[in-house]
Ligand binder design. Sequence first.
Ligand code: CUA
Length: 326
Amino acid sequence: FPARGVSLLLLGAVLAGCDGQQSALNPAGVGAQSIVTLFWWMAGGALVIWLVVMGIALYATQAHPEAHGIRGARWLIIGGGVIFPVVFLTGLLIYGLMLMPQLRSSENVTLRVDVSGEQWWWRVRYRSEAGEAVELANEIRLPVGERVAFSLTSPDVIHSFWIPSLGGKVDMIPGRTNELVLEPTETGTFRGACAEYCGTSHALMNFAVVVMTREAFNLWLAKQAEPALPPTTELQQTGQQAFLANGCGACHQVRGTEADGTVGPDLTHVGSRLTLAAGTLPTDVDTFKRWIGHSGAIKPDVKMPAFGMLPEAQLNAMAHYLKGLE
Ligand code: CUA
């Protein structure tokens, strides 16, 4: 398909920045593969239509006194301007519609994950048929080669769940649950983002997606289901006391401790996550400290209050406690 090569060249400059973990043109899942195939057919088709219409327009601007007259002009206008684009676009539409059932089918689903988009983070819950749900935040891990059904909703405003490398995107609408089925085909770490403007810190609402082998995934999920281990160092113990004394447990849960809040992210294994503050910061002691002390400076209008008035030593101890929750 030669147009594909040409459109590749044309788009190359525009899309040069779109590689790696967050590119719909670099698919690592069945849905994303269908979408990118459709995209290239659409781009190629649009290029063919453009070339034909421009060719005819160019031809029409030349003088051809001997040949055409009104009949030739009519053929040009109806054939080139109407019939050809209609036939071509209808073909592309039918092709697009044919791909849709495959992207929505919930057959052979082996895993269910509930994701709630909240200003401005992601509440992630794994449901098992037997045990209770495991909750975490801003990170989704998936087994490779399996179909996963996501139930998507929101308690506040409309967000949109999008993992460009795997497929999507689907709106998360308060008061309703939308379904999305994804099937990752490659292991690796990808990036997801909120794709619907949802307030001040919309751009700081991202998450990590880790696709792993089934065995590694089972180990990870079993670990996530466990309660937090008690602090091991004196600094971490001081940090836990400060965490509880400052009321952090009113909003955050740390399973296995008296912190049982459900307003904010579950922190049971927060130290093991790839990012902090929904894809905004790396997970290390220093950024925990910055986040607790100056949350609003990092993520404007965030609901988490800043605790910058606490003594430096307390902030430091809390950061060590949280990083230790692995
Ligand atoms: Cu959530 Cu934009």
